[in-house]
Write a protein that binds this ligand. Structure first.
Ligand code: ADP
Ligand code: MG
Length: 345
């Protein structure tokens, strides 16, 4: 069942020429974690602020739990929407203890408020830190306090703006997983904004990708990565190689060699073959379809990237396992097990 629905939402800021959000429609399922990705300025924060009620759209409908919270000029005020928000800089109250930070937004008897605040801190793994102040905590702990404060009032949906951007790389991998588990344990529906594709691919159930305020695609990570609807989405999730190819009855002629493919005859004119580094494989045996001069090998621990050039100096990058040795080799053979064909025009 969908808990949040946006229908043709548009938003233009005063004085701006372009709309920040263009005709965006999508639904979020109950209990789902949705990542909202896009480059800087694509409208991610604006979209969260529209859902939270911190901005009002020029047109469109937003519904939460079956209630229309925005329709035309009418809207439910932010504080009545039951939306939890975690801001990029956490926005904790510096002069309040951790416990008081959590209690701040809670209603009920003192006893009840105390119990809920402590339960939530326990849930995020911070039960010994009740009396500390935000500055006495690490970045990762402050992050968890911000999360606890947002989820303690039991919101209908949790919105997080760039929640991992202030954490260093090592911490990030761990915290991302912890936060995912906390959110899943509570069963809360969440949308988090990120410009980092790794955050989105590893943490979200589904990903929505924005470009210039337009929703490009919304789907599970694997589909966005493997079956992007357009070149923008494809390139957002990592660089793709391009190889010019001339189609024949039984394959493609490229400057790296011939690729057998009975589908090639569908095309009349020159095409581009597009593939990610992991969609190729370097092989040691001779007689493979394709080959190139080894230009550069970059070692990354978990894998290596091999740059290969054709006779004209055009390059492609192929990913290999970290154990493969290229010592004494001038050229390498490779094949492609997956590629998209784009008509050149
Ligand atoms: P993102 O979070 O993806 O970086 P934003 O939602 O912050 O993108 O911004 C989307 C567009 O709206 C950008 O062009 C930005 O300059 C513009 N914008 C954002 N906030 C305001 C504002 N308060 N007033 C005017 N323009 C704004
Ligand atoms: Mg932003």
């Amino acid at each position: 069942m969908s808990i949040l629905s946006l229908q043709q939402v548009n938003k233009k800021y005063n004085q701006a020429i372009d709309f920040a959000i263009n005709d965006v429609s999508f639904e979020v399922e109950e209990g789902e974690i949705l990542a909202l990705v896009g480059e800087s300025g694509s409208g991610k924060t604006t979209l969260l602020r529209l859902i939270a009620g911190l901005e009002h759209p020029d047109s469109g409908i937003i519904s939460l739990s079956g209630q229309k919270i925005v329709e035309g000029k009418r809207s439910v005020p932010a504080h009545e929407r039951q939306v939890g928000m975690v801001f990029q800089d956490y926005a904790l109250f510096p002069h309040l203890t951790i416990l008081d930070n959590i209690k701040f937004g809670l209603k009920g008897s003192n006893q009840e408020v105390e119990r809920v605040a402590k339960d939530t801190l326990r849930l995020v793994g911070l039960k010994e830190d009740y009396t500390k102040y935000p500055h006495q905590l690490s970045g990762g702990q402050q992050q968890r306090v911000a999360l606890a404060r947002a989820i303690a009032p039991n919101p209908k949906i949790l919105l997080m703006d760039e929640p991992f951007s202030n954490l260093d790389a090592m911490l990030k991998d761990q915290i991302r997983e912890e936060i995912r588990q906390i959110i899943k344990k509570t069963g809360i529906t969440a949308i988090f904004v990120t410009h980092d594709t790794k955050d989105a691919l590893s943490t979200a159930d589904r990903i929505a990708i924005l470009h210039k305020g337009f929703l490009q695609q919304i789907d599970i990570p694997k589909v966005l990565y493997e079956n992007p609807v357009n070149p923008y989405v494809a390139n957002f999730f990592g660089k793709r190689n391009e190889m010019e190819a001339i189609p024949t009855e039984d394959g493609y002629h490229t400057t790296f060699g011939f690729i057998s493919d009975s589908e090639a005859k569908k095309h009349k004119n020159k095409v581009k073959l597009l593939f990610r580094p992991e969609h190729g494989e370097v092989v040691q045996r001779d007689g493979q379809q394709l080959s190139g001069k080894i230009v550069k090998i970059s070692y990354f621990g978990s894998h290596q990237m091999v740059k290969l050039a054709d006779d004209e100096g055009k390059r492609v990058t192929i990913r290999t396992n970290p154990g493969r040795s290229f010592e004494g080799m001038d050229r390498a053979q490779f094949f492609l097990w997956k590629y998209d064909v784009e008509e050149a025009y």
